[in-house]
Each structure stands twice: as structure tokens, then as C-alpha cells.
Design a protein around this ligand. Sequence first.
Ligand SMILES: [Zn+2]
Length: 435
Amino acid sequence: MTTLWVLFIFLNFDLLLQTGQCTKTSGQVLSITPNTQEQVEILKNVSTQYQTGLWQPVSPHNIKELTKVHLYVPGNSSETVRNLLQRHNITHEVMLPNADEIIKMQMRNDSGDPRSGSTFYYRYHTLEDIYDWINRTAHDYPDKVKAILVGSSYEKRPLYALKLSLNNRPNKKAMWIDCGIHAREWISPAFCLFFVHYSLSFYNINAEMTQILDNMDFYVLPVMNPDGYKYTWTKNRMWRKNRSPQKGTSCIGVDLNRNFDANWCTTGASPDPCTEIYCGPFPESEPESQAVANFLRSHKESIQIYLSIHSYSQMLIIPYSCTEDEAENHSELYEMVKTAADNIKRYYKNIYTYGAGAQIIYLAPGGSDDWAYNLGIKYSFTFELQDRGKYGFLLPPSDIQGACNEALLAVKTIALKVMEKPQAATSSRQAGPAA
Ligand SMILES: [Zn+2]
């Protein structure tokens, strides 16, 4: 009798769950391959309607025949969209059936003390947690870490870069790393936090890191787009741009990685504020890009390497993205990313593609890496971290460690390679062309 009661209660509880939240259709990510130009046009339309979010490519303009499109479709329009694709015989499969569940998993932060143990670095953190972490890190390592206010966001949030300087050697060169320029790429700020932690923990323990930190300072900006990042935690997980309102439209935000003065707003960016690749009203119109540009301009004599961290697609990118022309030291840069990708493959069995942005992706003008390169920082890179589309922007916390280790290996590889070079890049600016 008791068993029957238990069973009865259990079944009803199950029913309750089904009639409650569980019956709500989850958002999904679809992988869609258009086979004809007609299907391309239909897909371009679909991707701008039904509150869908285009993950890959970033703009409908770049949708091509026989090339995979990753599209986030919210629960309430998933049936409509899938019916439409079926009606037009467009090849598609569900890449992520339970996107909402994974978003919840990414937001879970189940620990009393948020900084207890190393697992802190293998979880995603709210913007408030990251500010708190910045303060504590600067406070805990007063002789090694300094928080520098480089500017503020449109919504007046501070932009702090951490300067890591592990010894007092004079005239050290430096590397700049920024994370979180695109709000939804959560693995990116996670990497910046991990990198700072690793540098502080493994100095004098890991031989390569010690050698690097003995010869080089680091500036690390963990969240370049704090307003957008905050928005992905509170309102829309798929948000990419910053949050500045634009004249004459209700559409919000500029793509900060199209807002720099490198062939600004040419093919590959858009003057339409309602697109994901809106370049802004003029170069450096946004306080976030302007802050970074100002800092780099005033530190260009010491900053030798520029690195911007993005996701996803596993790529190590070198200039140019804003033109099909080759960078002047292309082969040198190419050799560096090739070695980094080879190392990742050897140690972590994971594949990263590499090369000039315009060659391996598509034209993307106004990017920070090309701008920094043209400023004179001749070792300029953009990394696209994990994965290649299984989870996309919704990379589970359990994959943070692997993604960060791979990027760290690439940073080490490149930093060591640059250290081998005579300081030509910076000294030639003072002494004229190298002999
Ligand atoms: Zn990005």
C-alpha cells in the first residue's frame, strides 16, 4: 500500500513537472547548410526574423551556398523556423537541443566563497564578481599587480586593465591582452582571469612562464565591453555589441571590433545600427574602443605584442582582416601562429586553424588587431578560442580549463618567439628603417 502511495505521489510529481516549466520548448541552435542560392536568400530572411541569433557567420551577408550556418532559435519560434526550413527542403540538424539548460549551467555559481580553490577559474562569473576579483587581485599582490583605469564604458562602468610586473628590471617590453570585446563570448573574460591567476601562481615554478615574466610585463583588460557583458547575464545571452543608443533608431549598440580606424566601415562592416556588425558613426566613436586605442597609443613604445581574445572557432589570426593585402611581416607572424597551433595539436590534440583574417574567415574591417598593427605593434593577434561549433558561445564550464590551457600555450609560444627577436620592431621606430 505504501509503495502504491509513493508511486502515486511520484507520478503526480512527474506530471507536475511536465505541465510546469519542463514542457516549455527550449531554445535550440541549428546547424543549417543552404544548397542553392534560393535557400541562401530564405536563410538570410529567417536569420533576421523570429528573434533568432546568427552565431556563424556573424552577418547574414556572409551566408553562402554549401557553408554551415549556426543559428540560435528561441523556444517560442523553434517550431515555426523548423517548419519553414523543412518546407523549403533546407538541410539542417539540431546542434544544441537544450540551449536554455546550458545557459543555466553556465550561470550556475555554486560555492560559498567565490574564490575558494582553483575551481573559481573554471566557472563563468558575473560582472560584479569580476570587478571584485580585480580589486582583490590588486590588493593581494600589491608589488606585482596594479589595476589601471583606462577609461569607462558608455554606461559609465570602469575599464580596468591589470598590469602584471613581476620584477623591477628597467625598460621591459610588454604584451597587451584584452578580453570580452564581444559580450556573448564568455570564454574570453574567463581566459583573462585564468591568465592572470596562472602568471601569479606559476612565476618561479613554470620555467617558460618565469622566463617570459622576467622579460615582459603584461597589461590584461578582462572585460572590454562591460555593459554588453552585464546585458548577457541579465537580459539577452546572445548579445554581441556594446550598449550605446544610436541616433534615429531604436537599435542599440556598436560592434566594438568594427569601430577601430583600420579601413573603417568598408566591406565586412555595416553602417546600419540594426546589424551585429555596425561600425558606429565614426572610428573610435565608442568610449570602450577609444579607451583602448588611447592606452595603446600612449604605450606603443613598450607594448610589443597585442592580443585580443574572442570565441568561437579555434583560430589563431594575424593581420590583416581589413584588407586582402599581406602584412609586411606576414611570414614571421605566420610562422608564430603555425608553431602555436602545432604545439596545441601536439599537447592537447586539438586543431586550430591559422592565418590572416581576410584569408581564413572573411573581410572584417575596423578590428582592434589590425589597428594596433598599423599603430606599429608588429606582433598583433586575435585568438578565437573553443569550440568549433558543438556548443559555440555556450561552452560548458567543464570546458573552460581545456580552452584556457590551449590559449595559454599559444601565448607562451608567441611571447617566447618574440623575445628571441632583436628588438627591431620598437627600436627601428626611433632609428629609422632597419639596416
Ligand atoms: Zn568576437
